[in-house]
Ligand binder design. Structure first.
Ligand SMILES: [Zn+2]
Length: 165
């Protein structure tokens, strides 16, 4: 993805108040490997259930605030992230809810989905098996996964943003 500046991020959050956006901690942007990311996701170190997700829609960054459910899924089963579609141990996937943009969100409406607990789908989709007869080209596997991930991220944030007034 194209790099995001701190200003890009603070100006693009669609579902939080000014105050919440001002208090939002940012990750170390100079350390991000942008070319290996479909979206930038991070958890709030001071409020561990809070998370943030920002990506580009054309030339426009779109960001949302998320809240992780405090309940964990039963251990020992596997779960699937709805954005990257990677199946993994259930403690590595969380139910996240996002307040809807605008008045709907202030009135308490949210939408939820299961996402990798660390909001790092871009890392997990780049783990590929070595080339084999079935999957001769790991780079093509990553590319297909990245396209699917980006499409599902856009559709999720579009659902959050559509109630913006
Ligand atoms: Zn994921």
């Amino acid at each position: 993805m194209k790099p995001l500046s701190a200003d890009d991020i603070r100006e693009c959050i669609v579902n939080a108040s000014r105050g919440e956006v001002e208090r939002m901690p940012l990750p170390g942007l100079h350390e991000v490997m942008w070319e290996q990311r479909e979206y930038l996701g991070w958890r709030d170190p001071r409020a561990p259930l809070r998370g943030y997700l920002v990506h580009w829609v054309g030339d426009r960054p779109v960001g949302i605030v998320l809240r992780a459910s405090s309940g964990r899924m039963s251990p020992g089963i596997s779960a699937m992230c709805s954005l990257c579609r990677t199946a993994q141990p259930s403690d590595q996937v969380r139910l996240y809810t996002a307040p809807l943009a605008g008045q709907a969100g202030r009135d308490g409406s949210t939408i939820g989905t299961y996402i990798c607990a660390d909001l790092a789908c871009s890392l997990i989709i780049r783990i590929v098996p070595p080339p084999s007869a079935v999957q001769p080209d790991p780079a093509a596997v990553v590319e297909a996964r990245a396209e699917g991930l980006l499409e599902r991220v856009r559709s999720f944030t579009a659902g959050v943003a559509k109630t913006a007034g």
